[in-house]
Design a binder for this molecule. Structure first.
Ligand SMILES: C[S@@+](CC[C@H](N)C(=O)[O-])C[C@H]1O[C@@H](n2cnc3c(N)ncnc32)[C@H](O)[C@@H]1O
Length: 363
């Protein structure tokens, strides 16, 4: 498979299954970290050490998808930067600062639905920034050297650049059998995913280190696992494993084949918290100003099965369609719904995943 084909954006458009309508779980996590983000920017953005003649402040959101979360995040960052500049001026820390304009770079894979992103941007009367779409994988440079003051990414770095080697190879001990994701039930599979994750995290941080100006900030929000907790014990792991089980049922009815399922793997890996920390610490271009577990505002709320299924449908339809064909999607998610009626997920009895907030500062 070519590299460019290993790109599986969220469901686009503004139809009923679009990410636009089913990204409130990620939005809740972003909202939950908003105060932390604000505080961290106020404490760590060293306005006086940025270019004193700075007139254009640049922000990039890596893996922005199609909204609305990205627009929300960007506006919150801009409000905080303005607040910081106001504080600096009020404290007379500097005689004059240029009035600021903001430019925002929205990055995602080139097959992301940028048309929907642009169509749903805030109206120009409310938007305080100029925007640019930046197609391309963030596992590599997508922006000029030293061009970004604040980088942001949320719920993206668990997407690997490619499916790890051997997990689709029946003859390998790392064959993922009928699982469709790394659910941590087979050690060799976990190791294969881990190897790819380590490579990708290195490349991600090296690329951002080139793009972000000295003193600039990189905010990384996302999902990982507490140490020692396998993905299959979390409610998200149970939903994805149920999707895999339903594909197997569909194979029995002749709607797909076991052969195809054996070759199907989602390039998503949730590292354990300490593993994530280790990989971030290896990069010497950034200091870690903050790295902590943040509470997900919905973590103790009994989510409906409809909510869970719609969320995963918006996230996984692209990759499922590519492998099995569009015709399986409705049937598959109907089966998942019936299966969850038979075997309901009690979130309180599941292990909790973990949401993290990281603030890095470019040395
Ligand atoms: C779950 S969505 C998160 C979207 C948004 N950041 C949010 O918090 O709602 C993950 C996004 O990461 C993007 N993504 C995954 N791998 C990527 C890569 N290598 N380069 C750029 N974007 C990537 C996907 O296309 C998708 O839009």
């Amino acid at each position: 498979m070519t590299k460019s084909s290993q790109s599986y954006p969220m469901s686009g458009g503004d139809g009923q299954h679009s990410y636009i309508h089913h990204s409130s779980y990620q939005k809740a996590a972003i909202d939950g970290a908003e105060e932390k983000t604000r505080q961290c920017i106020l404490e760590n953005l060293d306005v006086l050490n940025l270019n004193p003649d700075l007139s254009t402040f640049t922000i990039a959101d890596f893996g922005c998808s199609i909204g609305p979360n990205t627009f929300h995040v960007v506006q919150a960052i801009i409000d905080t930067v303005k607040m910081k500049y106001k504080q600096v001026k009020e404290n007379n820390e500097v005689s004059s600062l240029m009035p600021l304009e903001f430019q925002v770079f929205f990055n995602d894979q080139s097959n992301n639905d940028f048309n929907t992103l642009f169509k749903t941007q805030p109206p120009s009367s409310e938007r305080e920034y100029f925007l640019v779409g930046v197609p391309g994988s963030f596992y590599g440079r997508v922006l000029p050297r030293n061009s970004i003051h604040i980088g942001h990414t949320s719920y993206t770095t668990h997407w690997l650049s490619k499916i790890p080697e051997h997990v689709g190879d029946k003859k390998s001990p790392a064959w993922n059998k009928n699982n469709i994701i790394c659910n941590n039930s087979i050690e060799e599979v976990t190791n294969a995913y881990k190897v790819q994750f380590i490579k990708d995290m290195k490349v991600f941080l090296e690329a951002r280190a080139e793009e972000i100006v000295p003193g600039g900030l990189m905010i990384v929000l996302g999902q990982c696992l507490p140490d020692g907790i396998p993905f299959f014990k979390t409610w998200q792991g149970i939903v994805v494993d149920t999707i895999g089980d339903c594909l197997m049922d569909m194979a029995k009815s002749g709607l797909t084949t076991e052969e195809k399922i054996g070759l199907f793997n989602i390039p998503v890996y949730f590292p354990q918290f300490s593993e994530l920390r280790r990989e971030i610490e290896k990069n010497r271009s950034f200091t870690i100003e903050t790295m902590e577990n943040v509470r997900h505002p919905l973590e103790d709320i009994p989510l409906s099965h409809d909510f869970m299924i719609s969320m995963f449908r918006a996230i996984l339809s692209t990759i499922i369609k590519e492998h099995f064909g569009e015709c399986v999607i409705d049937e598959l998610f109907d089966r998942v719904a019936s299966q969850l009626v038979k075997y309901p997920i009690d979130i309180k009895k599941c292990e909790k995943d973990m949401n993290f907030f990281i603030l890095l500062k470019r040395k």
